[in-house]
Every structure is written in structure tokens, then in C-alpha cells.
Design a protein around this ligand. Sequence first.
Ligand code: NI
Length: 257
Amino acid sequence: MLIDTHCHLNDEKLIEREDAIVGSFGTDGIECAVCVGYDLPSSVLARDIASRHDSVYFAPGIHPHDSDTADDEKYAVIRELASDKKAVAIGEIGLDYYYDNSIRELQKKAFCEQIELANEVELPIVLHVRDAYEDARKILFDMKSYINCGLLLHCYSGSAEYVKIFDKLDAYYSFGGAITFKNAKHNIESLSAVPLERLVLETDCPYMTPVPFRGQVNEPKYVNLVADKASEVRGISREEIDDITTKNAKRLFYRIK
Ligand code: NI
């Protein structure tokens, strides 16, 4: 059984089919999924979805796109959500210099503040980093003393070289549909470089739909296609991939029962 470590059932494209999607987890070979927030409303929604289904957990957090909206009032709500027994991480937080939807200084500030918050509530952090690996590296090493509960680089798009650096922080790496794309050479190299004991899988649905469904709405069940590809790239059986990545996800997200 697999764990989809990063999905957005709280997205409007999926929320209407919430019961059907989660209802078929068993037949889809999915043990559970983590529904990730990106701002306050989506974090509250993620908590609500998790409260309705045993097999859904959640992570509250403010995405770098919305860093300019982060303030103490919002952090108070995130802190409150984090105390829920189904909350398994703080995320997604980080830096996105590809879209630059928030000023970079504010992205860095919100990133640091939420690393501190996660440490305070004793949860791991789920990072979204795009075109900003060098600044992310600096912040993570500067704030190393606040990272005591683990970190996951979601949808890892950094290089194999950076894996050697993030390994010093015992980072976990998750891979999704992008590894099935035709031009995935860079991602495949990174997937080959990460330590097996810190590899997890995700869909990031409704985005990043794996081949052959690329272009359609992504769903947690397609994590099976990601697992197939990971098994091929790492040269180990599907059973082993399922077993290892599920164990890893449970070690990192220690509140998963
Ligand atoms: Ni996401």
C-alpha cells in the first residue's frame, strides 16, 4: 500500500469528488494521503477533509506565493490547526523564484517564521522550492537548530549535487508525476541519487498528472504510476518501493497511525 504524501483534495477540482476519491483508496492501493494547505482557507479545508476520513491527514501552512499575506494572526490559526491529531507537518512553505508571486524578502521571512513555528509545535516541514535552491540551502543551514522534526523537499526538482548537501540535514525527498515525463532526465538523475531510506512518493494532485494521463486532472490513485517509474529507475520491485516509501512516510509523518 502506498502513501500519497502530498495532495490537494482541498482544491476546487477535487473537492466535489472527495468521498468518491477517498472511498476508492482501498482498491487503488493507497493506505492514506496527506492533504496539504497553501494559505489559511485551504489549510482549514484540509483539516476539515482530514476530520471526515480516517485515511486522510493534513498539513497547514502558507505557500511562498502567499508570503506577503503572512502575519501573527494567521500564524496563530496555523498553530491551532497544527495541534489537531491529524496534522502531520507544517507546509507547504518555502521559496518560489520561478513565479515570484511574493517579494523574495517576504518569502524568506515567512519561510523562516514557519520553520520556527514547526519546531515549536514539533512537526516536520514540507518544503516547496522552485528555482531557489541556493537561498533555501542558506536558510535551512542557518536555521538548522530549529529543524528537529524532519524536513521533506516536496516535488524535488533540485540537482543530484544538492542531494549531497541536503543529506547533511537528513532531508526526505518526494517525487511525483514529473519523473514520468519525457524530458525528465534531470529529475531521474536526482531520483537515482537520493537515499532510499528517505524517499517518498506523491501526486501533488490536481497538478503534475503522470504519463499517460498528462493533461487530465491528477488524483491520488495515480501515485501508482509514480511508484512504477520509481521502481524502474531504482531497479527494485514495486513491492519494495511500496514498502520502503510507506515506511519512510510514516517515520517522517510520525502522527500517521
Ligand atoms: Ni502542492
